[in-house]
Design a protein around this ligand. Structure first.
Ligand SMILES: [Zn+2]
Length: 241
């Protein structure tokens, strides 16, 4: 087998191409967070690029939190920090006009999909029931409008449900999706009471081991966002504006 130690990089964006090669290298070498990466000189030799290209590529990977390029220690493979990544993605997504049904569909898949796991976890650990009940009760049925507090507790409740599943990557995706929903929050204005009620009902259904009922409650709860849809301006084509 012909193993080329110096893959030729000819594309225009050399640094981008180098990041691809570096990711490949990391996977092929089976590097784990905390492991050292090639030094700058080694990268120059191995990939046949200039020091400037290496610095550009490693700076980008450092920014994304994939590597930690400390001047003295050299380059180290970093622990993946989803929070950091989602901060930027979330910001971008929030600016985009994604069709609401797609966002809601995605959110429903994630939240409903986590319920069986959350229910199982609840059976094993009684603290989870207490924690979720507290989160559900934090949204006061007396509030008659959506404010920052409601939003904060509503997000915390939904995150709590997914988090209790123990499926950590799902929690990160859930956080990412929350950025979209900031836009729709004010439209659940008449539903604070309903929201508070169904939060409680979801937790009780899970506690009783009634998965079907928990799923129905959650789906109905999420549908508030569509029921109260206000007529929107026709979607603008970004190219025309
Ligand atoms: Zn809610």
């Amino acid at each position: 087998m012909n193993t080329t130690l110096k893959p030729k990089i000819r594309r225009k964006r050399l640094s981008e191409e180098l990041t691809v090669q570096l990711r490949k290298y990391i996977i092929e070498e089976g590097l784990k967070p905390g492991d050292s990466l090639l030094t700058e000189d080694e990268m120059v030799k191995r990939f046949g690029v200039s020091h400037t290209v290496v610095r550009e590529a490693t700076k980008a990977l450092d920014f994304l939190g994939i590597i930690d390029a400390a001047p003295r220690r050299g380059m180290i493979l970093d622990k993946f920090d989803f929070e950091r990544v989602s901060e930027y993605f979330g910001f971008h997504f929030a600016l985009c006009d994604y069709p609401r049904e797609k966002l809601l569909g995605s959110r429903a898949v994630i939240e409903v999909g986590s319920l069986p796991y959350t229910m199982e976890a609840m059976k094993k650990n009684p603290d989870i029931y207490k924690r979720l009940r507290d989160l559900a009760e934090a949204v006061s049925p007396e509030w008659d409008h959506v404010d920052n507090d409601f939003t904060k507790y509503d997000i915390a409740f939904h995150r709590g449900i997914v988090e209790a599943s123990g499926l950590t990557p799902l929690v990160s995706i859930c956080d990412l999706l929350q950025a979209f929903f900031r836009k729709f929050r004010s439209e659940v204005a008449n539903n604070v009471q309903a929201a508070s009620k169904s939060h409680g009902a979801i937790v009780e259904a899970l506690h009783q081991g009634n998965l079907d009922s928990a799923i129905d409650q959650l789906r109905a709860h999420l549908s508030h966002y569509t029921i109260h849809e206000v007529p929107q301006e026709p979607m603008q084509n970004p190219k025309e504006s």
